[in-house]
Design a protein around this ligand. Structure first.
Ligand SMILES: C[S@@+](CC[C@H](N)C(=O)[O-])C[C@H]1O[C@@H](n2cnc3c(N)ncnc32)[C@H](O)[C@@H]1O
Length: 405
């Protein structure tokens, strides 16, 4: 079975060819439709970076065209994508088919009506509407015009262009549901939008595991155990859905226990605190006026102050329950929450006492604890010994003040 990996590897390989599974699209869209059955009614949906025969986005929305009451489905493909290079029935059987343009031009597909007279509008009615003038790059004038025509943009965009893709959607003020690297949470262009509830995460992939189909020629790029031969899929742990369309998950309260009960009964938390801090209490950071909460289910219901929680919290964030205050990356915040303590005079030592040659300046804005976990490098200035914690934190606070449950 394939193991976890990071999208970083995909980026290094400059590989954007990951194809989303039908079941993942279905599960995600169900959440929006369950919350608002009319969410797609009378809407024009643009699926850029897609090819109907290769990409499941077009298949899914074409198959659900009538159920959702869609007005129009537009799908564009990118000439350089693996999927697009394969000749599809939609294209080859069309009078517009031009073998010379097949490899170099993006393609346009639309669905608005029952062209085959079957009585239903579905996948069989998707029309190849011809070649784009260019390669189908989402930034091109012609795809921008299609974006402007659309109400909602839905796709799994090229992972390496996520920032640009989001800006492309938001600049035009459109609704969207797109797949992206969860690390994008901390981008300076993205975090303020999450904090101010302008965008949020969708329900996401089951268990946080996203499986994508890849083209055969890319299999070699995943020799590190990421690719599962038996399924033909690659697995990523750090991928989610970003959206500005509401869904029920955002309105479900996280069920939490008091601080005292967590410390007494939450076995995973107790173990983590014992191992990392040698004491069963929620540690307070040295450089933030906040406590460390190492797991989302251990957020205490009765703590009024600021808490540093893992970024996976963003997938469970209910804006009526919590307020997001910031993240360690000051450049992504309105203002830094960091207390500005200077650790440059703290010298790094390995546990065996040898100097590392590094100082506490390497902490950057990451949360720091006064501690020695007896495992990792310590930094000391003679009077204070500190170690950095995980930087993958979001600072939050209970919205209406804490209430013991
Ligand atoms: C992550 S894949 C997803 C494909 C498809 N949307 C799916 O989910 O199955 C992203 C696709 O975007 C294409 N792509 C890369 N750069 C692009 C660009 N500048 N404009 C449009 N599409 C692009 C890639 O070739 C790739 O096929």
């Amino acid at each position: 079975m394939a193991d976890n990996t990071s999208l970083g590897a995909a980026k290094i390989a400059k590989n954007d060819e990951f194809y989303t599974q039908y079941s993942d699209i279905e599960a995600e869209m169900n959440a929006y439709v369950e919350y608002n059955p009319d969410v797609f009614r009378d809407k024009t949906i643009l699926l850029p970076c897609d090819d109907p025969e290769w990409s499941n986005f077009t298949r899914y929305f074409a198959s659900n065209f009538e159920r959702f009451g869609l007005k129009k489905l537009i799908s564009t493909s990118y000439a350089k994508s693996s999927g697009s290079q394969q000749l599809t029935m939609f294209e080859s059987s069309s009078p517009l088919f031009d073998v010379d343009k097949h490899d170099t031009h993006g393609k346009l597909f639309t669905l608005t009506r029952d062209i085959n007279g079957s009585g239903n509008i579905d996948l069989d009615d998707v029309e190849f509407s011809g070649y784009l003038d260019g390669d189908g790059d989402f930034r091109s004038k012609e795809v921008c015009a299609l974006r402007d025509e659309a109400d909602i943009i839905i796709t799994n965009p090229p992972f390496s262009l996520l920032r640009e893709f989001l800006a492309w959607i938001l600049g035009a003020g459109k609704q969207f549901i797109i797949i992206g690297n969860i690390h994008a949470i901390s981008y300076k262009e993205v975090f303020p939008l999450l904090k101010n509830n302008k965008i949020w995460l969708g329900p996401g992939f089951p268990g946080g595991n996203a499986y994508f189909r890849i083209s055969e020629k890319d299999i070699r790029a995943f020799a590190s155990g990421v690719y599962d031969e038996s399924t033909g899929l690659v697995k990523f742990r750090n991928v989610g859905w970003f959206t500005n369309i509401d869904h029920g998950g955002r309105h479900e309260e996280l069920q939490l226990d008091t601080m005292a009960h967590n410390l007494k009964f939450n076995k995973k938390l107790r173990k983590k605190l014992e191992t990392d801090f040698g004491i069963v209490e929620y540690p307070h950071y040295d450089n933030y006026d906040a406590i460390e909460v190492p797991m989302v289910d251990a957020i205490p219901s009765d703590y009024d102050g600021m808490m540093g929680v893992p970024t996976t919290f963003m997938g469970k964030y209910n804006p009526d329950q919590f307020e997001i205050l910031g993240i360690p990356m000051a450049s992504s915040n309105d203002g830094s929450l960091n207390l500005g303590i200077d650790y440059s005079k703290h010298i790094g030592y390995k546990q065996d006492g040898t100097k590392t040659g590094r100082t506490g300046s390497t902490f950057g804005a990451c949360p720091v604890f006064e501690r020695n976990d007896k495992k990792n490098i310590i930094y000391t200035n003679g009077t204070q010994t500190v170690q950095a914690g995980s930087c993958e934190r979001v600072f939050i606070r209970h919205k209406k003040g804490a209430s013991a449950e």
